[in-house]
Ligand binder design. Sequence first.
Ligand code: RP5
Length: 205
Amino acid sequence: MPQRHEATKINDWIVRLGDRHNRKSEVINVYVSLFERENNMVSKKMVAVVMGSDSDMGVMQSCIDQLVSFDIEPVVRIISAHRTPQIASDFAQNAAQKGIQVIIAAAGMAAHLAGALAGRTALPIIGVPLSSGAGLGGVDALLSTVQMPPGVPVASMGIGKAGAKNAALFAVQILALSDEKLREKLAAFKKAQAKKVIEKDAALQ
Ligand code: RP5
């Protein structure tokens, strides 16, 4: 049975090939997903974490770390709905064909990234509103992310680090619907989390 890194290399190669032959990659990606599932592997590229600026990385690292703790290595991109709108549009339009199943989009200030991506793909978009130094403490980004018009949903998390971590967990929950290994990891995560609270309570008694 091939090791995980070998399968990842094969997957990368197929995606590169797929870029050249467009729709063929959709079919190939289905086979890669089945192969990975058969071998209890989590695909490297099932989740994308996109942020509006490198200044968002300080907070979004916690999202990436949370995904990695579930053995999901996300595609990480800096893409701005305002500064690089064409790249944002191309990214959203090509994401599904590259095997991405969930997109986490984080931005501060007038945060249009999650909504702009949602307008260009049917993949589930999880929005993370961020607080930027020049903004209104993140409320500006929260309202921009959460108030989507009917027909173009974005699952908005809370502001900042808590929202970033929850975005990762929400992505895991979506993927876990069709992945038994992830379901087991989620159950273990919840159990460990509960244990910590119980221990803290016990320490006070
Ligand atoms: C948003 O504007 C970014 O997501 C970031 O939170 C904020 C400020 O960006 P920089 O000026 O730091 O690049 O688009």
